[in-house]
Write a protein that binds this ligand. Structure first.
Ligand code: UGA
Length: 467
């Protein structure tokens, strides 16, 4: 009952408001904008800027991606995005091209949203960002403003400016700003339209005024804008992601302690979060943070600090804690099961979190890896992310339906908090599977419902309920 109430509170507080009013008020002074890079950030940014009234050209060197976007096919699963792309393409406000040069020549406002993937040493790879900068420099036919949205380490924006200038043979004036991105995958369209805050790092007021004008409909809708120096904006991005990562590792360790002394981490998180200084969000314990941002950004932040002779010991500890998280929770499960060897385990969920098809740094894949190493036989199911998971892990054994995953299994692990898994009929599952053990690494199930169907329930940071 208590955990159902908790779930209802979370639904009313965080999820429902995000699903409302996906589009903001339209704009009075539309601009022609070029967006370089059509990954998560670029595609969402471009579509949302078009939705609020701008004329947007999204460009990418990946011709297959651009062709499919021109056909209206969206390469990622993201709520609301397909409709935005479709509606704005029809209204002639959103265009896709591989002709980066023309897109730069024809626009006065350019956003750089290319990826900054992790290098082997943990630093951000800035090759794509600098290539975009070079292209802009070579095609500065008239005064332009460049806004960078890619996540880049401290000091990079000034280097981007230098690269543009190095290729600006006609010495055309240009200005640069850093607009860090705070979108979450799965809710990015609604996050764009209704952000908590918009941050813009600039060198002069004209650039921040231009940016403010571009996003005015969002500000009219209640978002706060903060203008800072470029260095502060760079720091805000990494410090924000790292702080959230620290919060997750913190609650994960508190969950371990709760298990030891018989406290319930959900009650603890609620009790802590009711203090406005702490807040409810990002206090959900689980198998550790994943995705394309937190693991990469925390490492890049540490590296960047190291280069400046600063040791970010708290973030370092959060990273270490996250690195061992999956193994830690699986060891606990193994103790209860006796051994994983030869056991058939159903792993529910492959995406790194709910409402996305992204499996990058997904805890689910780490869980599967561990189980396979321990010679367990794993069958997994995900409503959306299977195709992406197979690209990383071609030998995955995938169930065609959710209930097929349970056939003859000895244990069930909930790895991704998809809403679908909260609707499982455990009485039916009991008839299909062989064993009677459910490990809910996301605390999304109703423990009593699972127990009443004849299973032993183990969550994170709470007392197990044995059958
Ligand atoms: C994150 C930030 O939340 C965004 O603000 C930021 O813009 C984005 O990175 C980015 O830098 O581009 P995202 O990676 O989409 O967004 O996902 P989150 O919702 O932050 O979740 C990250 C991971 O933490 C997931 O594995 C999630 O399951 C986990 N998590 C999150 C928890 O384990 N507990 C929580 O309470 C919250």
């Amino acid at each position: 009952m208590q955990s159902q109430l908790l779930r209802l509170t979370v639904l009313l507080t965080f999820i429902l408001p995000n699903l409302q009013n996906l589009s903001a008020k339209e704009l009075e002074n539309p601009r022609a904008i070029t967006v370089i890079g059509t990954g998560y950030v670029g595609l969402v940014l471009g579509s949302c800027l078009a939705e609020i009234g701008h004329q947007v050209t999204c460009c990418d060197v990946d011709s297959r991606k651009i062709s499919s976007l021109e056909r209206g096919e969206i390469p990622i699963y993201e709520e609301g995005l397909e409709d935005l792309v479709h509606n704005n393409t029809i209204k002639n406000r959103l265009f896709f091209t591989t002709s980066l040069k023309n897109a730069v020549l024809e626009s006065d406002i350019i956003f750089i949203t290319v990826g900054t993937p992790e290098t082997l040493s943990g630093e951000a790879n800035l090759d794509y960002v600098f290539s975009a900068a070079q292209l802009i420099g070579e095609n500065l036919n008239r005064t332009k403003t460049v806004f960078v949205k890619s996540t880049v380490p401290m000091g990079t924006i000034i280097k981007i400016k230098e690269v543009i200038q190095a290729h600006n043979s006609a010495n055309v004036p240009f200005s640069i700003g850093y607009a860090p991105e705070f979108l979450r995958e799965g809710t990015s369209v609604s996050d764009f339209m209704h952000p908590d805050r918009v941050v813009i790092g600039v060198e002069n007021t004209e650039t921040s005024q231009l940016f403010t004008e571009i996003v005015q409909p969002i500000l009219d809708d209640g978002a706060k804008i903060l203008t800072t120096s470029i260095a502060s904006a760079e720091m805000i991005k990494y410090a924000s992601n790292s702080f959230l990562a620290v919060k997750i590792s913190f609650i994960n360790e508190i969950a371990d302690f709760c298990e030891k002394i018989g406290a319930d981490v959900e009650e603890v998180a609620l009790g802590m979060g009711l203090d406005k200084r702490i807040g409810q969000s990002f206090l959900k314990p689980g198998p550790g943070y994943g995705g394309s941002c937190f693991p990469k950004d925390t490492l890049a932040f540490l590296k960047s600090a190291d280069k400046n002779s600063i040791h970010l010991s708290i973030i370092d500890a959060a990273v270490q804690s996250n690195n061992t998280r999956c193994e830690k929770i699986l060891t606990r499960m193994e103790k209860t099961l006796g051994t994983f060897q030869g056991k058939k385990i159903a792993v529910l969920g492959l995406a790194f979190k709910e409402n996305t098809d992204d499996v990058r740094e997904s805890p689910s894949l780490k869980i599967i890896d561990y189980l396979v190493q321990k010679k367990a036989y794993v069958k997994s199911y995900d409503p959306i992310a299977t195709q992406n998971a197979l690209k990383f892990y071609p030998e995955l054994n995938i169930a065609r339906t959710l209930y097929e995953a349970f056939e003859d299994c000895d244990a069930i692990i909930v790895a991704t908090p998809w809403n679908l898994f909260t609707q499982i009929d455990w009485q039916i599952v009991k008839q299909i599977c062989r064993g009677s053990f459910v490990f809910d690494t996301r605390n999304i199930l109703c423990p009593m419902e699972v127990k009443n169907a004849g299973f032993s329930y183990m969550g994170i940071g709470k007392k197990p309920l044995m059958e």
